[in-house]
Design a protein. Structure first.
Length: 132
């Protein structure tokens, strides 16, 4: 990470290189990389999204939700498709927490924001089968 940070010629290169490095790792190291990116680039959503996804896959549901909420609070001008992705991911987290009503609300918001978000359709199908 430090080598990328000191040798990258510009912030965009540093950000993209670190995102790529974090995607190759799994565990505490990639979590730290995402957290450093969030500190350095709080206005970029990718590190928040990837960190929340990693936390979800690690079973750290409350931390995943907290990361998503932090992104939504800090980044007030996100594009609609990005907001949809974030709400879709929060819906998935709520499903894993057995909070089906919250999952349905988040997924409906994601679908309203972007009707072409395929993840929403998949998650709503899963939600329909598990919440019965």
């Amino acid at each position: 990470y430090e080598k990328i940070r000191t040798t990258a010629s510009n912030p965009v290169q540093y950000y993209r290189s670190t995102i790529a490095l974090a995607s190759l790792e799994y565990g505490e190291r990639d979590c730290l990389l995402y957290e450093k990116l969030i500190q350095d680039f709080p206005y970029r959503y990718e590190a928040y999204y990837n960190l929340a996804l990693m936390l979800l896959n690690s079973g750290k549901y409350a931390d995943a939700l907290s990361t998503i909420k932090k992104c939504l609070e800090i980044n007030l001008n996100l594009e609609v498709h990005v907001l949809s992705k974030l709400y879709s991911l929060s819906g998935a987290v709520y499903m894993y927490m057995d909070r089906f009503e919250d999952a349905a609300r988040a997924l409906k918001m994601a679908r309203t924001l972007d009707g072409n978000n395929i993840e929403v359709v998949q998650y709503l199908g899963i939600l329909g089968s598990v919440s019965r």
